[in-house]
Design a protein around this ligand. Structure first.
Ligand code: UDP
Length: 327
C-alpha cells in the first residue's frame, strides 16, 4: 500500500515507517520537524508541512495520493499540556481536524490514529479494557479523546475508516540499532533510568507511597517495535475494508519504577542511584492493558514481553548514539 505517515520522523512514527517498508509498503512522511529527526527517515520521502496549514496537507495528499494515513504528529508531554493547554488543543485537536477534512476531500479511505491510554483517565478497574469509560485527567488526554470522537463522527458521516491505537508506555529502540528515542526534554522513565547508569544526576523516583507492592507506580511497557508491527497490521486491515475500532496496545503486564531500575542495573552492570521525591501530579498508581481485543483484531501479539530486553534495546541505542540523532 501507499501510506502517508504524519509525524513519521518522530519516535514511534519512524519505527513504523521502517516496519511499513520492511513489510513491502511505500511510506511517505509528512512532518514539520519540530520534534522529529530528518536522520530517522531512513530514505523515505519527506514532505515538510504543518497540520496547522490545511493547504500544506492538501498539497501533500495531491502529491502522494496515499491509500491510507497513519497519524502520529502531535504534542506529547502530559505536564506541558497542563501548563500550556492551548498548544495541545491546537496541535492535536485542530491539527487532526485539518487532516481529517483534507482526507475526506482527497478521498482517502482509512486512518490509523496514534491514541493513548490517557483517554481513560484514572482507572476504575484493571486491566483496562476498551469499554472503560473515557475520562481524561489532563489536556493531552482530552485532545486525543476529541480526535477519537471526530473519527467516530467522520466514520458515520463520510465512511472514513479508522482505528485508534491506545498505547500504554512505549519504550525501547529499533533492534537493528538505526532508530531510537530522542526527545527534548526527555521525561520517560526508561531513558532517564539509563542516564542514571551513565552517572548523571540521581534518578528522581516520583513517590514510593502508592498502594502497589513496592510503593512505586506500575506501568505496562510495550516495545516500540511491537507498536510498529501493530500499526502495519492495522493499516493493512483497513485496506482490506475493515471499519476499524479502538484497540489497547500494551503487553498486559505491569512493572514498578523500582523493577525498572533493577532491570537497568542488570542490563548495564552498574548501580543506579535514585532519590525518592514527592508524587508527580497526575500520575496514577497502576496502568495495565487488557490487549485481547487488539490481538484478535490484528492477529498480533507483543513479542518483547521481557522488561530486561526492552531496557537492553534502549541501552544499546544510547551507547551507540550518546547524543541521540545528534551523533
Ligand atoms: N517516573 C519517575 N521518575 C522519572 C520519570 C518517571 O519515577 O524521572 C515514573 C512516573 O512517575 C511513572 C512512571 O515512572 O510512574 C512512568 O513514567 P513515564 O513518564 O515514563 O510515563 P507515563 O506513565 O507518565 O506516561
Amino acid at each position: 500500500m501507499r501510506i502517508l505517515v504524519s509525524g513519521g520522523a518522530g519516535y514511534i512514527g519512524s519505527h513504523t515507517v521502517k516496519e511499513l517498508r520492511h513489510s513491502g509498503h511505500e511510506a511517505v512522511v509528512f512532518d514539520n520537524l519540530s520534534a522529529g529527526h530528518r536522520q530517522a527517515l531512513g530514505g523515505s520521502e519527506l514532505f515538510v508541512g504543518d497540520l496547522a496549514d490545511p493547504g500544506s496537507i492538501r498539497r501533500c495528499l495531491e502529491h502522494f495520493r496515499p491509500e491510507a494515513v497513519v497519524h502520529f504528529a502531535a504534542s506529547i508531554f502530559v505536564g506541558e499540556s497542563v501548563s500550556a493547554p492551548a498548544k495541545y488543543y491546537r496541535n492535536n485537536a485542530v491539527g487532526s481536524l485539518n487532516l481529517l477534512e483534507a482526507l475526506v476531500e482527497g478521498g482517502v479511505q482509512g486512518i490509523v490514529f496514534s491514541s493513548t491510554c490517557a483517554v481513560y483517565g484514572e482507572p476504575r478497574f484493571l486491566p483496562l479494557t476498551e469499554e472503560h469509560p473515557l475520562a481524561p485527567a489532563n489536556p493531552y488526554g482530552h485532545s486525543k479523546r476529541f480526535v477519537e470522537q471526530m473519527l467516530a463522527d467522520f466514520r458515520t458521516a463520510y465512511g472514513l475508516r479508522s482505528v485508534c491505537l491506545r498505547y500504554f508506555n512505549a519504550a525501547g529502540a529499533d533492534p537493528e540499532g538505526v532508530l531510537g528515542e530522542d526527545h527534548h526534554p526527555e521525561t520517560h522513565l526508561i531513558p532517564l533510568v539509563l542516564r542514571g547508569a551513565l552517572g548523571s544526576e540521581p534518578l528522581k523516583v516520583f513517590g514510593d507511597d502508592y498502594e502497589t507492592p513496592d510503593g512505586t507506580c506500575t506501568r505496562d511497557y510495550i516495545h516500540v517495535q511491537d507498536l510498529a508491527r501493530a500499526h502495519v497490521r492495522a493499516v493493512e486491515r483497513l485496506g482490506e475494508g475493515w471499519a476499524g475500532e479502538p484497540l489497547n496496545l500494551g503487553c498486559g503486564r505491569e512493572y514498578s519504577v523500582l523493577e525498572v531500575i533493577r532491570a537497568a542495573e542488570r542490563v548495564t552492570g552498574r548501580t543506579i542511584a535514585y532519590q525518592v521525591h514527592p508524587r508527580r501530579p497526575g500520575d496514577v498508581p497502576r496502568l495495565v492493558a487488557d490487549n485481547r481485543r487488539a490481538e484478535a483484531a490484528l492477529g498480533w501479539q507483543p513479542e518483547w514481553t521481557d522488561l530486561e530486553q526492552i531496557v537492553r534495546s534502549t541501552w544499546e541505542w544510547m551507547q551507540a548514539h550518546p547524543q541521540g540523532y545528534g551523533a
